[in-house]
Design a protein around this ligand. Sequence first.
Ligand SMILES: *Cc1c(COP(=O)(O)O)cnc(C)c1O
Length: 364
Amino acid sequence: MNAHTKTAFSRRPTDRPVAADVRADLLKDPGFGKVFSDHMVVIRWTKDRGWHDAEVCARAPVTLDPAAAVLHYGQEIFEGLKAYNLSDGTIALFRPDQNARRFQQSAARMAMPELPEAVFLQAVDELVKIDTAWIPKGDGSLYLRPFMFATEAFLGVRPSHEYLFMLIASSVGSYFKGGEKPVTVWLTDRYTRAAEGGTGAAKCGGNYASSLLAQAEAMENGCDQVVFLDAAEHRWVEELGGMNVFFVMDDGSLVTPPLSGTILPGITRDAIITLARKEGRTVREERYSIDQWRADAASGKLKEAFACGTAAVVASIGKIKSSAGDIVISDGTTGPVTSAIKARLVGIQRGEVADEFGWVHRIK
Ligand SMILES: *Cc1c(COP(=O)(O)O)cnc(C)c1O
């Protein structure tokens, strides 16, 4: 499979698509990650043949040998991106080339083969085209989930010699049930997400598996998400379980933790830094401690805080709860800077604000 020429995808459309009226019903209030489209993409990789047998087919369960390496040693990575209906009737993706590249970087870290960028992009185009009817109108989108895992039946510990790349799609509405209301986050003082030299910068299932207990603790404490501190000193704010974090200071500047290898290099994070600098805002990628957060919230130096990622785009953080007491940032409304950044970004994604950076990829 050549990275520069179009790959031959065999197309086998489902003969049992979901009926249009049933689909319309599902799309009314799809929530997040529960409603799936009719098709999927599958591409195989073996040590001997490399990437082969790319196909678009009916969404269906996968058969795995019980000894498949992923089930034992967790060799798995994924991506997440969205397809939108633009107001002019076309369909667009936001910076899918960045997802393709990050997928390669995650693969490299997990000792997996890298899917050529062009093949990744073609897979996305193929699925979006065949499942266009699953893109909700209005605010919703089609959340695309590319992933890859080790399928070789072998219990020895070494990188697998066989993998499956798959791409599925889920019709989604708003990510957080509360909608625009600021979220409350739980500061865990027991668990960490990633340590130096670990897999924190790779988008792998294992990072999520190890964050779930903290996430459960967050929910028990009435919070929507967890905020993790660094593993070495338990001082520096890193990110949420699946979103990067920004602080808005009283001089209008933004602070966000640097990409040190222990946090995930978010594409939304990168877009926000680029947009904020373009409009003349100072953005500092520097470490910010939890004590500073507490002090700045108390003194009023910290005006707003928000989390960002593909799924929720931008979510205002209203309050942090922790065993050492709460930090209140907002009075229950999303602050003006957070709102403006979100509006600008969503506007670009939706084709309503000029796309100066060439981020919007239209599906033809
Ligand atoms: C995917 C992800 C993000 C956000 O990345 P985006 O590219 O903006 O969607 C942030 N943190 C973690 C841990 C993630 O897995």
